[in-house]
Design a protein around this ligand. Structure first.
Ligand SMILES: *[C@@H]1O[C@H](CO)[C@@H](O)[C@H](O)[C@H]1NC(C)=O
Ligand SMILES: *[C@@H]1O[C@H](CO)[C@@H](O)[C@H](O)[C@H]1NC(C)=O
Ligand SMILES: *[C@@H]1O[C@H](CO)[C@@H](O)[C@H](O)[C@H]1NC(C)=O
Ligand SMILES: *[C@@H]1O[C@H](CO)[C@@H](O)[C@H](O)[C@H]1NC(C)=O
Ligand SMILES: *[C@@H]1O[C@H](CO)[C@@H](O)[C@H](O)[C@H]1NC(C)=O
Ligand SMILES: *[C@@H]1O[C@H](CO)[C@@H](O)[C@H](O)[C@H]1NC(C)=O
Length: 132
């Protein structure tokens, strides 16, 4: 009797642990994928790119850490820390998804032709130190 009860509780414990593991694995956010989406949203909001730099270089067949103007932190999940796209003749708007780049510290898009409003979501970037 005692042995049966022990076996039952051991089984229940194993099942509970498995359930927790599946929940964690399935629910953990992929911030690398979220950063990639934010950069791709930025790319689709570029209306003019005279040298086709983003059009040819910002390709999902390689990690965004290799994209021109993008610098990353590589510890843990790859996260964008710096965006330097100054002086590329770009036109377009800044989409709200930029607010998802939560590790961004440096954002330089000076000497381009961006227009429209700065999205309020920029205010979510609590690590941002430089915005030019
Ligand atoms: C997270 O997303 C990136 C980019 O889409 C992908 O390369 C990576 O395999 C994903 N990681 C996990 C754990 O799903
Ligand atoms: C990756 O995509 C870019 C742009 O679409 C293309 O020029 C390049 O040849 C591709 N590289 C590979 C390894 O598929
Ligand atoms: C994008 O630009 C970077 C930096 O210039 C370069 O290392 C990389 O090979 C380029 N990638 C593509 C697909 O053109
Ligand atoms: C930003 O990009 C410009 C032009 O490519 C380069 O001259 C400058 O050194 C870069 N700045 C940083 C902080 O990477
Ligand atoms: C990123 O930002 C947009 C707009 O602010 C939001 O709708 C989206 O759900 C965010 N998250 C991801 C993972 O892309
Ligand atoms: C932004 O980039 C421009 C051109 O590369 C450079 O002159 C300027 O100093 C940069 N701004 C900051 C705050 O780093």
């Amino acid at each position: 009797m005692e042995k049966a009860a022990t076996t039952f509780f051991s089984l229940a414990l194993v099942l509970m642990l498995m359930h927790c593991f599946v929940a964690l694995a399935g629910g953990a956010a992929n911030y690398t994928s979220s950063d990639e989406s934010a950069l791709l949203a930025f790319k689709t909001h570029i209306t003019y790119d005279p040298n086709h730099i983003l059009a040819t270089n910002w390709s999902t067949n390689t990690s965004f850490c290799n994209w021109v103007g993008v610098s990353c932190r590589h510890r843990g999940q790859n996260r964008v820390t710096s965006l330097n796209l100054s002086n590329m003749g770009l036109q377009g708007t800044i989409p709200p998804q930029i607010g998802n780049l939560s590790f961004l510290t440096y954002f330089n898009i000076s000497f381009n032709h961006f227009n429209g409003h700065l999205p309020a979501e920029l205010g979510q970037l609590r690590r941002l130190k430089v915005f030019h």
